[in-house]
Design a protein around this ligand. Sequence first.
Ligand code: ZN
Length: 300
Amino acid sequence: MNRLDRQSFLGPDSDTLLHECTVGLVGLGGGGSHVVQQLAHLGVGGYVLVDPDRIDFSNTNRLVGGTLADVEAQALKVSIAERVIRGVQPEARIISVADTWLEATDDLKRCDVIVGAVDSYKERDQLEGFARRHLIPYVDMGMDVTDLGNNGFLISGQVISSLPGGPCLRCCGLVTDARLEMEAQAYGVAGGRPQVVWSNGVLASTAAGLVVQLITPWFPSSPEFVYLEYDGNKGIVRPHGQMGLLKGRKCPHHPAEETGDPLFDIRKHLARLESRSKVAEVERVPLWRRLISFFRNDCS
Ligand SMILES: [Zn+2]
């Protein structure tokens, strides 16, 4: 029995497709840690995990997989995510980068999908721009809590599937120059945003569903732009009002001439291919012959 038998409805070869794909996850806090856990259970085979932070005591209200022992050891969030994945998939292909995503671009540009669970508008704007340049689908998730005065607090959030050529976070009105400006002025005094585990869980589950939709033939039609909004007080996830209006529209913010890797160096690419073919050659030599050769060299 295959451990993924009960998700075979995701379509022919969905296990293989999930196993062969690589997902980049930027931000492994309250939201990203849930996504990692779900992708591991789903059987996604490759990961580029990016987060510069270590767990602290205040993260334990929401960071899935984090323990008090991790707080004691000041464990990196990427290491916690890696442990969660290996608990289900010991052989997963994992690249962990305990730094900002700008230090992980070489690995992120080889991903099939990138999921962003980052705090700032500036970071998600830049990350989406990077994904567009490399023609990689980008799934963005974010949660917020608004003080309504006498009416308490409103938990809200959104998940957006931003595909090359289609509407982007700017088209959605999520990233605006005014917001970026406000954020830049508040930088350093804003403090940590309020976060709760169940709302992060709803948004992360929604994001994981969109990733599966992008990778497997679960949906008969091709993946499209998706903009879902979450009302945590009512417990509802629904299409945002903008989603219908934007569907099928072309994005003016990331034009086709801005695609492609400006740092692409053919020499680096060829060197990588060459080293791969050398590894393949070594692997083609039978083990018994390699052992004999090893002992001969060792004894001479
Ligand atoms: Zn746009």
